[in-house]
Design a protein around this ligand. Structure first.
Ligand code: TXA
Ligand code: MG
Length: 356
């Protein structure tokens, strides 16, 4: 299959390009498009055979449900059974935006889209290209991240091409995304709302709007108080996701000791002939300047967490492209957006973290 790639300017959208993409979607085909979080791989959410194509293109396990992307409340009402009062408050406060809400699904949503569940994940993305595509196609669009299963989520159209070229009909290139990690998921079908995946919309932001919110302990990882046998409630969170090809280990502790430890490991592994990558921050990168045989990159500034989330997956992909064998990285504060950042870093590292 030839994958058509078209550039779209979010502030000056060429409707002919949207029309071309919408046609593919209405014919049951796949189109990748930008959102404010990561690029999505879209297909008609209410057409079981269209969403089946997504699973095939990504190599995604069929029990891992897709998020339905909408552009207005009418579409939400079509696919959900009931809308709790608190969910209305969340939609008003955070949509369009990086928050996915779990509802009980209506009968029009096929089990092929929800991985067999009676619930459906719904999100209204804050990207004009995405919203225009949903509106113009007049479809509810199922869209997981547009990476092949197990690879870091794509934050540019080039990442999508790397993974899915020749397997999907079209890629809309709207430039690099703003947030860089996937949306927060909150389950509103339970007595107490529960965060199933941390993201840009943090627990405290949610609690300001609807009061107490729980957080699924399993997402804190096997090293947390959860124990390793806890099953995450978002099926996708149980898979080894976001993983670079290299062996990735994170170090926490005071900045000086962490740099010392990483430098000594980097020296040892590179003198053994391995390719080593180091994930530093703007504040610490000068501590690694002596290591000229390894790739040292800054993931962003500790005083600007958004710069970190935006760079995270790109850095992992770049290390893959360089065929790095070992990655040693710093750890970050796990409050607010930092909680989502550490969640993704720890998953990518297979939860290998050492205190120095
Ligand atoms: O930011 C995002 O959410 C991006 C963009 C493209 O919108 N999409 C995304 O989709 O990250 P995906 O498929 O990579 O992740 C969806 C997650 C999975 O962990 C899945 O298990 C969970 O959402 N999920 C979907 N439906 C669910 C449901 N009914 N109950 C619990 N978890 C659900
Ligand atoms: Mg994904």
């Amino acid at each position: 299959m030839n994958t058509v790639i078209r550039t779209v300017d979010e502030n000056n959208i060429d409707i002919n390009v949207i029309d071309e993409a919408a046609k593919f979607l209405r014919e049951g085909n796949m189109v990748a498009f930008p959102t404010e979080t990561v690029y999505g791989l879209g297909a008609d959410a209410l057409d079981e055979s269209a969403s089946a194509k997504i699973y095939q293109a990504k190599g995604r396990p069929s029990d891992n449900p897709l998020i339905a992307h909408v552009c207005n409340m009418r579409q939400v009402e079509r696919i959900v059974k009931d809308i709790p009062e608190a969910a209305i408050k969340l939609m008003k406060a955070f949509w369009p935006g990086p928050l996915t809400i779990i509802f009980n699904k209506s009968d029009v949503v096929p089990y092929g889209t929800t991985g067999g569940l009676d619930t459906v994940a719904v999100r209204m993305p804050a990207n004009k290209i995405a919203l225009k595509l949903i509106e113009y196609s007049d479809l509810i669009i199922a869209a997981p991240s547009a990476n092949t299963s197990g690879r870091p989520s794509p934050t540019t159209a080039a990442h999508v091409k790397e993974d899915l070229d020749g397997r999907i009909s079209m890629i809309l290139d709207g430039g690099a995304v703003g947030i860089g990690i996937e949306s927060t998921i909150v389950d509103m079908t339970t007595e107490v709302p529960m965060i199933l995946r941390p993201g840009y919309v943090t627990r405290s932001m949610l609690e300001k709007v609807i009061g107490h919110v729980e957080i699924d302990k399993a997402i804190l990882g096997p090293s947390g108080d959860a124990g390793s046998d806890m099953k995450p409630k978002a099926p996708g969170m149980k898979y080894k996701h976001y993983a670079p090809k290299a062996d990735f280990k994170i170090f926490e502790g005071d900045s000086h000791s962490v740099a010392q430890k990483i430098n000594s490991l980097a020296e040892r592994y590179s003198s053994d002939g391995f390719k080593v990558g180091i994930i530093a921050s703007d504040e610490s990168i000068m501590r690694y300047e002596n290591s000229d045989v390894v790739s040292v990159v800054s993931i962003g500034s500790r005083s600007d967490e958004l710069s970190i989330s935006r760079n995270l997956y790109k850095i992992l992909r770049d290390f893959d492209a360089e065929k790095v064998d070992y990655i040693f990285g710093e750890s970050f504060e796990s409050q607010e957006l930092g909680q989502a950042i550490m969640n993704r870093l720890l998953k990518a590292a297979g939860y290998q973290i050492e205190h120095v």
